[in-house]
Design a protein around this ligand. Structure first.
Ligand SMILES: Cc1cc2nc3c(=O)[nH]c(=O)nc-3n(C[C@H](O)[C@H](O)[C@H](O)COP(=O)(O)O)c2cc1C
Length: 162
């Protein structure tokens, strides 16, 4: 018997049962402009060597910049940063204007007030369906005691997450 056809909407609903943190992944384009978007496909991959991964839709306006970048930064959002998540998941063209930023390794911007930061050198890329999988080698990281923002069932959850 062949596998049943997968309905895209139902698949999204099922995947949304998996709670995740929320990150903004950033890099610098060859022309010096910052690029960044809200990402919840981020995850850890390996401790030795220290590797993390995330995937980028091929519809992203930032695809070319991330493909050419040598570094990216993962800004793990704190629970009071829902507006940052909304901004970076929007089609806004000037996402970084007015934000407090610090340049990370390779110039990838770090957004002030996040729960944690992971700065990576791009280790490898691989196409996976309609997304590009990025694997990064961790070059620097910093954690804080801030509560992380959580996303589940298509909604942000802020509150008592340990
Ligand atoms: C909570 C959340 C998580 C998201 N995770 C991803 C992701 O992992 N990969 C991705 O390509 N887009 C993800 N998106 C969608 C992008 O943030 C959105 O398409 C954004 O507009 C892309 O910006 P760009 O075209 O400027 O790159 C997510 C959106 C939200 C709200």
């Amino acid at each position: 018997m062949s596998a049943p056809a997968i309905d895209r909407r139902e698949l999204r609903r099922t995947l949304a049962c998996f709670p995740t943190g929320v990150t903004v992944v950033t890099a610098v384009a060859p022309n010096g402009e910052y690029v960044g978007l809200t990402v919840n496909s981020f995850n850890s991959l390996s401790l030795d060597p220290p590797l993390v991964l995330w995937s980028l839709t091929s519809a992203s306006r930032s695809l070319a910049a991330f493909e050419q970048a040598k570094h990216f930064a993962v800004n793990i959002l704190a629970d009071e940063q829902v507006e940052i998540s909304r901004l970076f998941s929007s089609r806004a063209t000037r996402k970084f204007t007015g934000l407090e930023l610090k340049p990370g390794i390779g110039g990838a911007p770090l957004i002030a007030g996040c729960a944690a930061y992971i700065e990576c050198r791009i280790h490898s890329r691989q196409r996976g369906g309609d997304h590009m999988l990025f694997i990064g080698e961790v070059e620097r990281h910093r954690a804080s005691s801030k509560r992380p923002l959580v996303f589940v069932h298509g909604r942000y959850v802020s509150g008592p997450v340990p």
